[in-house]
Design a protein around this ligand. Structure first.
Ligand code: AGP
Length: 614
């Protein structure tokens, strides 16, 4: 939701902070700000509405010196995106400055109490209430900053990742987290703080992933120390960062999203490396092997996720039920966490999340865990909150996904879920050895088949040119490709702002067909599969209403191609693996339409890469 960066050491803090904000801008970008303590001990806060580039433009000529600072890029939760509500926020005396990612649920009560002590507020944010509470606590208890933060946070209900500066101690940053991510980087008497590792990777590979309710002191000359909200000293576990700088650069592509679409042959191979042995036609995923009885004996599997990850879960439902004969329920995490679901001991809950920080999915995990379910996380960000909350899991290992619209993470999620379905089916004997061998071998062929689809990029761009001015678009698919239709529609609407809906193709007759007007684009995902003949009928129904049909078909197809206005070919593959191929043309179609419309593809309006608040 928001991006946090902090630095204390010997470098020019502003340069470290502003570069870090650019790396985190995918997390939120409606306002940005920085707080620096210069050599004279002045605490300077500069902030502006807009993007990080707007912040850089706004500080020309200002004193941005200093070797300690904190910085923030915001996705608004309380208070509209404007300069007053941008972070950092001063305390009343302007001795303190704070940045925050999360939501203080009880901020109104805390604010009322502070106002009764004469405090006034410049902004509408919950964050400013927190920094005033810290200052009030410091003054009332005559304590140091760390203790004041600790005492104040004990009064807070909600989610936070915060960093606080006190101009009276220019060597110290105090930070803390609960339900929002925070990573510490350790250099040579210099310390970094960030919402994820991307601002840290070029300086050090030694990191600490903070736990919920950790409070950390980063002090020049004295090092790093961690204690809990309840004043229990902790020995932090220093880990080696797996990330590299090249992984977070665009690599010559115009947008991160295009780079990540083209990375998919490589990233899928990576997500299968060491897990899918094509020669031996065998799949081994450690997290599954160690817990296979839980899966084999499960009476039900619940999948909880949001957005694109939910679409991956829907595909998994088809695969697990087909191969393992276990009933699967796919839940939107935001609904699942509140609808008082029936969860039994022995249920297996699979939580899917690229960021590993989605608040609703994390809450769904905690709920299911509290009722005795076994939690298996499928995430991409190592050390993020959901994998740490799960009993076991499997990382997708596609590297950082910077584009807000998920692409490579989605295909990796589907790959891992397919591996899981095959392993369960083999263990249960509901999948014949020959089926298992065929599917495992074909899974190993998917990366090179995606390469062939990517060769049609120019062709897909030409199709995008024809439909870039559409106001509405319908996506249709059946079986394994119904979730692909949903995903294609989501890609188009979230980056081009064109209204798009995905439907099971047969469902169209129950209302949506009324939407069809002359020339309206209808994307039909129609690879060779069991329901191919049925979808041909659906295409004829939309053609009869003068829609324009864009079809995704299997090489050699004739019937659907002859009915279509535009066709994109995919290589033949097993029906259950078609989503890994059919989604790629839809990713490219959405990308090119958005670019042609002049939309901000990597940072679409109103969105954020990781929704760490409700
Ligand atoms: C996908 O393109 C969107 N950016 C969004 O739907 C995303 O999939 C959703 O917010 C879930 O995020 P997660 O996978 O990090 O939990």
């Amino acid at each position: 939701m928001c991006g946090i960066v902090g630095y204390v050491g010997k470098r020019d803090a502003f340069q470290v902070l502003i570069k870090g904000l650019h790396r985190l801008e995918y997390r939120g970008y409606d306002s940005a700000g920085v707080a620096l303590i210069n050599k004279s001990g002045d605490l300077n806060v500069y902030k502006t509405k807009g993007k990080v580039a707007d912040l850089e433009a706004s500080i020309v000529g200002k004193d941005i010196s200093g070797t300690i600072g904190i910085a923030h890029t915001r996705w608004a939760t309380h208070g509209e995106p404007n300069q007053q509500n941008a972070h950092p926020h001063y305390s009343e005396t302007e001795n303190l400055a704070i940045i925050h990612n999360g939501i203080i649920e009880n901020y109104a009560v805390l604010k009322q109490g502070l106002m009764e002590h004469g405090y006034t507020f410049r902004s509408q944010t919950d964050t400013e209430v927190l920094v005033q509470l810290i200052e009030f606590t410091q003054l009332q208890s005559q304590t140091d900053l760390e203790t004041a933060v600790q005492l104040a946070l004990n009064q807070v209900v909600g989610a936070y990742a915060i960093a606080v500066l006190d101009k009276r101690n220019p060597d110290l940053i105090i930070a803390a987290r609960k339900s929002s991510p925070l990573v510490v980087g350790i250099g040579d008497d210099e310390f970094f703080l960030a919402s994820d590792a991307t601002p840290i990777v070029e300086y050090t590979d030694k990191v600490i992933y903070l736990d919920d309710e950790d409070i950390v002191r980063l002090e020049r000359g004295k090092g790093v120390s961690v204690k809990t909200l309840h004043n229990v000293e902790k020995t932090p576990e220093i880990k080696k960062l797996e990330l590299t700088l090249s992984q977070i650069e665009k690599g010559g592509y115009p947008h991160f999203m295009l780079k990540e679409i083209f990375e998919q042959p490589t990233t899928l191979a990576t997500s299968m490396r060491g897990r899918v042995n094509v020669e031996k036609s065998n799949i081994t995923v450690a997290g599954f092997i160690d817990n296979k009885d839980k899966f084999v004996n499960a009476k039900r599997i619940i999948i909880t996720a949001c957005g694109t990850s939910w679409h991956a879960g829907l595909i998994a439902m088809y695969a697990i039920e087909e191969f393992a004969h276990i009933p699967v329920e796919v839940e939107y995490s935001s609904e699942f966490r509140y609808r008082k679901p029936v969860i039994n001991e022995g249920d297996v809950v699979i939580a899917i999340s690229q960021s590993g920080e989605t608040a609703d999915t994390l809450a769904a995990v905690e709920l299911a865990k509290s009722k005795g379910a076994f939690i298996f996380g499928i995430c991409n960000v190592v050390g993020s909150s959901i994998p740490r909350a799960a009993h076991s899991g499997c990382y997708t290992h596609v590297g950082p996904e910077i584009g807000v619209a998920s692409t490579k993470a989605f295909t990796a999620q589907v790959t891992v879920l397919t591996m899981l379905a095959l392993m369960i089916g083999r263990e249960k004997g509901t999948l014949t050895q020959q089926q298992y061998l065929n599917l495992t071998k074909e899974l190993g062929n998917v990366p090179q088949k995606i390469e062939k689809i990517l060769e049609q990029n120019a062709h897909i761009e030409q199709i995008a040119e024809k439909y870039k001015d559409a106001l509405n678009c319908l996506y249709l698919g059946r079986g394994y490709n119904y979730p692909v239709a949903l995903e294609g529609a989501l890609k188009l609407k979230e980056i081009s702002y064109i209204h798009a809906e995905g439907y099971p193709a047969a469902e169209m007759k129950h209302g949506p067909i009324a939407l069809i007007s002359e020339g309206m684009p209808v994307v039909v995902v129609a690879p060779h599969c069991g329901t191919y003949d049925k979808i041909v009928s659906n295409i004829q129904e939309v053609k009869a209403r003068y829609a324009k049909v864009i079809s995704v078909v299997t090489e050699g197809d004739e019937e659907v191609s002859n009915l279509s206005d535009d066709t994109i070919i995919i290589p033949a593959t097993e029906e259950s693996l078609t989503p890994l191929l059919t989604v790629v043309p839809l990713q490219l179609l959405a990308y090119h339409i958005a670019v042609k419309k002049g939309c901000d593809v990597d940072q679409p309006r109103n969105l954020a890469k990781s929704v760490t608040v409700e």
